[in-house]
Design a protein around this ligand. Structure first.
Ligand SMILES: O=P(O)(O)O[C@@H]1[C@@H](O)[C@H](OP(=O)(O)O)[C@@H](OP(=O)(O)O)[C@@H](O)[C@H]1OP(=O)(O)O
Ligand SMILES: Nc1ncnc2c1ncn2[C@@H]1O[C@H](COP(=O)(O)OP(=O)(O)O)[C@@H](O)[C@H]1O
Ligand SMILES: [Mg+2]
Ligand SMILES: [Mg+2]
Length: 347
């Protein structure tokens, strides 16, 4: 572990060690840690605006965390040194730069490793990781809707759907998730014949009625926070019998507008039990190899504890989370603290 400074002694003759982390407990021999943690970030302008809010920057500074913009016009190796690199850039070039840099600097924590993030850039591999969760002993069952991947030939879709036995209506989602607005252009299909109007590659996912409320489960390291968001309305039999075609629908649930204070049916609005969320978070961190993500989860209408994961997002809009600045800065310091403790114990 690279120390930023050197051992020195303050006026109380206390050994003061400059370490790249805020250690709340005294160091060996009673030294008190002085903190400085350097976090390099590679984020789009839009993300910088939504995530690096003044309240985060202020608290980070108070906690001895320097947030440094990575200059993508200069070699990464000439920048830093960094303790942590935080990023959300989808280009292959950036991924290669990051992987080469990490080969040279294994001591730098990359949040999160590009190869783990790539799993979420495809709506098939995204959910494949969580299709066989077995959490039923933790207050509920969590699964994923049945879905079918269509790579090409739209005319083949109606037959493929009939062969797969998928139940209408279906949500059509672009297969690739790459941060563009196109990857969020979703449609609802009411009948099989209309499916041939769709534009592969896509995934067709069975629509699950869930009372129009979705749970956004945000995960930052070991911290989990769940919020309610408005979602698509239920589709009843009448709708199915009296609608044909494929309908594009706008982005509904990423709006910051929370449904947490809406007047909702308690059976629909009741949050998933905390033990379930804790177990789910632990499972997903392990399976996905990620520490910064969220999960769109719905409870099937009429059930008490049957949940479906319908979407997983890397480095989502944490800025919308109440109190995110405290959660995120503590998360960064905990990373450095555990690295430094490992360094002290040779672990
Ligand atoms: O896909 P969702 O569920 O709308 O979540 C979005 C999504 O993560 C989006 O990222 P991207 O898929 O466009 O790359 C996030 O945009 P930013 O990275 O600019 O923040 C949104 O913030 C997410 O919304 P939410 O945080 O409500 O899940
Ligand atoms: N299988 C589904 N059943 C019911 N509603 C769904 C389903 N899939 C998506 N939705 C609705 O569409 C919204 C967007 O779908 P999602 O998979 O989260 O795409 P995005 O990555 O664009 O957020 C969800 O927030 C939810 O409201
Ligand atoms: Mg979503
Ligand atoms: Mg998404």
């Amino acid at each position: 572990m690279r120390l930023h400074g050197e051992v020195s002694f303050d006026e109380d003759e206390e050994e003061v060690v400059m370490v790249p982390a805020a250690l709340s407990s005294p160091l060996n021999g009673g030294a008190v840690a002085v903190t400085r943690l350097v976090v390099g970030y590679a984020l789009t302008k839009k993300k910088v605006k939504s995530f690096l809010q003044p309240k985060l920057l202020l608290l980070a500074r108070k906690k001895g965390i320097s947030l440094v913009a990575i200059d993508d016009t200069r070699p990464l190796a000439e920048q830093g040194p960094f303790d942590i690199i935080l990023h959300k850039i989808t280009s292959k070039e950036w991924q290669q730069v990051l992987e080469d840099y990490h080969d040279e600097h294994p001591e730098v924590t990359v949040l999160d490793p590009p190869n783990a993030i790539n799993h979420l850039n495809n709506r098939q591999s995204m959910l494949a990781e969580v299709s066989d969760l077995n959490l039923s002993s933790f207050y509920g069952e969590v699964c994923t809707p049945r879905q079918l991947v269509i790579m090409k030939d739209p005319s083949s879709i109606p037959t493929a759907v009939a062969m797969a036995g998928l139940t209408l209506p279906l949500v059509a989602k672009p297969l690739v998730v790459d941060g563009t607005s196109k990857s969020h252009e979703l449609s609802l299909a009411y009948d099989e014949a209309s499916l041939s109007m769709l534009d592969p590659p896509l995934v067709l996912q069975e629509f699950v009625n869930h009372g129009g409320i979705l749970f956004k489960v945000y995960i930052i390291g070991e911290t989990i926070q769940v919020v309610r968001r408005f979602s698509l309305p239920d589709v009843n039999t009448y709708d199915l019998l009296n609608n044909v075609g494929v309908y594009r629908f706008p982005r509904v649930s990423c709006a910051a507008a929370s449904a947490d204070h809406a007047d909702l049916d308690p059976h629909i609005a009741e949050l998933p039990p905390r033990p379930l969320l804790e177990k789910l978070g632990k499972e997903l961190r392990g399976r996905l190899g990620l520490r910064l993500f969220n999960v769109d989860m719905i409870r099937e209408l009429g059930t008490k504890d049957r949940y479906y994961i319908i979407d997983i997002n890397y480095f989502p809009g944490f800025g919308k989370m109440p109190g995110y600045e405290h959660i995120f800065t503590d998360f960064l310091l905990n990373i450095a603290q555990s690295k430094y403790k490992k360094c002290l114990t040779g672990g």
